[in-house]
Design a protein around this ligand. Structure first.
Ligand code: FAD
Length: 467
């Protein structure tokens, strides 16, 4: 094992020793470049990024992109740290020779490192949601024209996009409920008219956004509730699109991207160019969103571990401040503080192994084959990170909930991951059901063991045992 690899500043030696044999020389070099990019460029630029987002007037927050981000993008491209999420297979070569082609396992390590600056690093390297999932949809299902018009500029980092699914006033975690947004033929039967009311649409406030991928009902009378919807492409600058308001998460607006309430009022789209996959894509909305959500869900988990690690780094430095003593001791000398540190380290390291295992499983069995591993990570990792951040806030006293450390923002943004891409309960329900699928075989195996156990007891003249 290479004991000196810079990745060890971010990832435990145990996890690295497990995965290192599966990491290619190219990925190893990229990991080295990424750690140095994080430390020399991204992390020092965080404060400036926030400072370059105007605070007044409110609309100015949505009107421009902090220049420091664009500079980081140029540098990341030069270093080959571009589109790293773009795993092999289907996407090989699509990144225009820049980045991509890594395994999910290799990307998992990089995404964790980027999580140390989740606000800046994923955007700087063109690895941020919701664009990555949207690019995946367009790459897998888009027509050649749709790829040219939207996928290519997304891959180059020139435009941004939204995924528009959750409906205002509708319990959207059960996607079969979604019906307030339709894309139905107009009277001329030549075009579709999109009407609907969505909310929490990430990126819809971004001035670079030129495409919403909208889940809409196109075949309301189809007997199968899973074949009634399609994904349609709506340009947010088109007539009839209204960005009603940016929503806030515990007061944070996430400008200039935002999470917006959006109304589509009679927006005209063409069937061939405006439905993902053209006419062939009609009725395939659910099939396509499943393909989108697999890897995207795990990308969030990978970054989340990085955020939790950064929170622990902040905690460690605070409790080691020589000027902070309470009840005759430095903070680090109190038993509860030591326990908080130990629990945090243990929980981060456990979660990392879970996420790496899920990533490896995607490499071997595809996103579908890895659904159980992805689902478990999806509902455990954000809660783990929230616990670590909560401990980090606690050792800061009141400062922990202020804007003087990034902890309150981390807490707010990770709390949303317990809903985004499906609430915890929906994943827990699915994992529980999957586990029960194996119960007949488990019973069979147990009965076989019991028979052998009874035979052994009889052979040895025994009838009872205390277990
Ligand atoms: C910051 C943020 C960004 C987001 N970005 C996007 C985006 O870009 N695009 C988009 O379309 N959506 C986005 N969302 C919306 C998110 O995907 C939805 O909030 C989520 O799918 C849940 O839907 P809902 O809010 O309608 O909750 P509901 O469906 O109303 O569910 C409410 C609650 O019911 C409970 N529940 C549901 N099912 C079960 C069950 N089986 N068993 C027990 N309890 C259950 C859960 O506690 C759940 O939280 C975002 C949300 C946030 C907070």
């Amino acid at each position: 094992m290479s004991e000196q690899h810079p990745v060890l500043k971010y990832i435990s030696a145990g996890a690295w020793s497990l995965v290192e044999p599966l990491i290619s020389p190219r990925a190893s070099d990229l990991l080295t470049a990424l750690t140095s990019f994080m430390e020399n460029d991204v992390l020092p630029a965080e404060k400036l990024f926030h400072a370059q987002i105007p605070s007044y007037p409110p609309e100015a927050r949505w009107a421009s992109i902090p220049p420091v981000l664009e500079n980081l993008k140029i540098k990341a491209k030069k270093l080959g740290l571009w589109n790293l999420w773009l795993s092999g297979g289907d996407f090989q070569g699509m990144a225009g020779g820049e980045g991509g082609g890594l395994s999910n396992l290799e990307y998992a390590l990089m995404a964790e490192i980027m999580g140390h600056s989740a606000i800046l690093a994923p955007q700087a390297t063109n690895c941020s949601a919701p664009d990555t999932g949207n690019m995946e949809v367009l790459a897998r299902y888009g027509t050649p024209e749709q790829k040219q018009k939207y996928l290519v500029p997304l891959l180059k980092g020139e435009i941004r996009s939204s995924f528009s699914m959750t409906e205002y006033g509708v319990a959207s975690s059960d996607a079969t409920n979604l019906r307030n947004t339709t894309a139905l033929p107009d009277s001329s039967n030549k075009a579709l008219r999109v009407n609907g009311h969505k909310w929490w649409i990430t990126g819809a406030g971004d001035p670079r956004n030129i495409i919403h991928i909208v889940l809409a009902v196109t075949d309301p009378n189809n007997p199968s509730p899973h074949k009634r919807h399609s994904l349609v492409l709506v340009d947010p600058r088109a007539k009839g699109v209204k960005i009603v308001r940016p929503l806030t998460v515990f007061g944070y607006d996430d400008a200039p991207e935002g999470h917006c309430e959006v109304v589509y009022d009679n927006v005209e789209i063409d069937v061939d160019s405006g439905v993902v996959g053209g006419r062939q894509g009609l009725g395939r909305g659910f099939e396509i969103i499943q393909a989108r959500l697999g890897p995207g869900r795990i990308h969030h988990c990978m970054r989340t571990i990085g955020i939790a690690s950064r929170a622990l780094d902040i905690l460690l430095q605070r409790v080691s401040d020589p000027n902070r003593r309470t009840f005759g001791k430095h903070l680090r000398e109190h038993g509860t503080v030591l326990a908080d540190i130990a629990h945090s380290r243990a929980e981060i390291d456990q979660a990392r192994l879970l996420v790496l295992a899920a990533a490896r499983r995607i490499d071997i069995a595809g996103a579908k084959g890895a659904m159980q591993d992805i689902g478990i990570a999806k509902f455990t990792v954000p809660s783990m990170a929230l616990k670590v951040i909560d401990r980090a806030m606690q050792v800061h006293g009141a400062e922990g909930v202020s804007e003087d450390t990034p902890l309150a923002y981390y807490y707010a943004s990770l709390r949303t991951l317990r809903y985004a891409d499906g609430p915890d309960e929906v994943h827990i329900r699915q994992i529980g059901k999957n586990e029960l699928k194996g119960v007949d075989k488990l019973r069979e195996r147990t009965n076989k063991i019991k028979k052998e156990s009874d035979r052994l007891m009889k052979e040895n003249g025994k009838s009872k045992a205390k277990l």
